[in-house]
Design a protein around this ligand. Sequence first.
Ligand code: HEM
Length: 572
Amino acid sequence: MPRRFYISMHRCIDRKPNHPFSKQQLRVEQQQERASAMAAQVLQQVYHSLHDLLWHDTSSPQASAMATSVLLVAFPLLALLLVRRRLSSSSAATAAREQQLAKLPSPPGRLPVIGHLHLMGSLPHVTLCDLAAKHGRDGLLLLRLGSVPTLFVSSARAAQAVLRTNDHAFSSRCDSAVAGIIFYGPSDAAFCPYGEHWRQVKKIATTHLLTNKKVRSYRHAREREVRLVLDKVREAAKTRTVIDLTEMLNEFSNDIISHAVSGSYPRDENTNALFRELTEANSTLLGGFNLDDYFPVLAKLGIVRRMLCAGAHKVNQRWDELLDRLIDAHERRPASERGEESDFIDVLLSLKEEYNLTRDHIKAQLVVMFQAGTDTSFVALDNVIVELVRNPAVMAKLQAEVRTAVPKGKEMVTEDDLESFTYLRAIIKETLRLRIPAPLLVPHLSMADADVEGYTIPSGTRVLINVGALSKDPSYWEKPEEFIPERFMEGGSAAAMDFRGNDFPFLPFGSGRRMCPGINFAMPMIELTVANLVYHFNWELPPGEKGVDMTEAFGLTVHRVKNLHVVPVVPH
Ligand code: HEM
């Protein structure tokens, strides 16, 4: 807290009356003083608790931004809450809700105004595991993050109760002003609240954009993009140059999605780079600390909302211009030129009447495909390569699988070759188990009271499913912290376990109504890329480097802080 603000606040509290009062005036004055003193105490607590975040946890800009934002809003918010306290506590519905919430296990240390926010730290998925282990019961833990009750789910049984038994109650998304701007409403498939519109757009994603048939139609585009990566790596291998493989794979994932969204018409390097820049800008906006996630009442105030949303409006304007340009170009193109490989824009335009889609609805679907598809796929792909570099025996076994099946000297491994690579698929599964790109899924919101493990979870509760903890739960996984792809091979301890939403200890794509519709799109892209990278090259760490830095950062996805730098070597 700025010292200037702190001192002036105390001056205000220490002020003594300098003129006589009536008894009633005096009582009012005393009450106000008590409220002010309480406010000062609370702010002092807030200050001390957040002090650590601000000054000792500078590793994450998100943590600092969060702490700063909380400090900046704490005082007005507290005043607001003090005024509203009487009103809200008199509501019977609120009281009943509070009673239900009070029965749930919750960690100590809850502060006024910010609740448990100060306990989150810079890696919430890690902190939450620790808190759940210490204070959770029946796989459940209730946190008050700002003014929002948040249920944290960390057992496979409780996850099943939320995502399967009560899926209908837990299938909405939380209100977010920033997501509303970025996703035109939000009216996209991922952030749109549950309802008829969401059902329609999710149906479009699963039955028109991301079907097996559609994904197969992009096969040549995938192979072409992989070939471009191989060319770049081959150049570096000639001189044993260190390459930033993370950066290369990020660009590659973005290009693949760009192709699916807008095809090769009218696309160029600049458009791809712009897509990438805007997707990253969205990730920063959505993955950062957003006040309205924790203080929705405050965020509804005009001035606060304007401040919160300024950045989102700027980014949205740039998306808007880019997408308008691409949609216009697609509309001008004669139908005869579209061919079999129609892209997402073609498909959405063809569904306009059937689904009553406005231009903004179409744009929302396009933006979300970038957002949901790029970062997750890229992080998964990058993690696979990182684990291979860290586990040379696994790398050697995979290379043997691929190099035995594909004749030496072939220009590239194609999608026809992938079928027989069972070890490759086991490696991808094991990576998705040990390093889940979205370890808390996307937050769900309950729309009705629902029973979970004997507790009533009231409607309006935000729910985070810690799928990262489920896939390391020792009651389901042998040596859960070790990278052992063999567990997924025939005869292995997890041979029957799959990630398609039916095995609750293993949910990297979620489960139920809100499950990811992009598995069929992501898998061939990851398999094809990894198969080619290990078929053509051996991989070494740069001279002098002893290992890969695995420090993580939390955002829309969990990714490593440092990029993977490696040296490609052409085998003899
Ligand atoms: C390895 C890659 C991927 C992973 C690990 C992944 C993971 C996830 C997760 C965890 C969710 C949230 C589920 C929930 O909230 O319960 C999700 C939602 C979603 N994903 Fe993926 N995803 C991947 C790739 C893709 C791709 C390639 C696309 C599209 C091109 C895509 C599109 C979506 C959409 C539209 C949603 C929102 C679904 C809804 O809210 O109903 N994802 N994904």
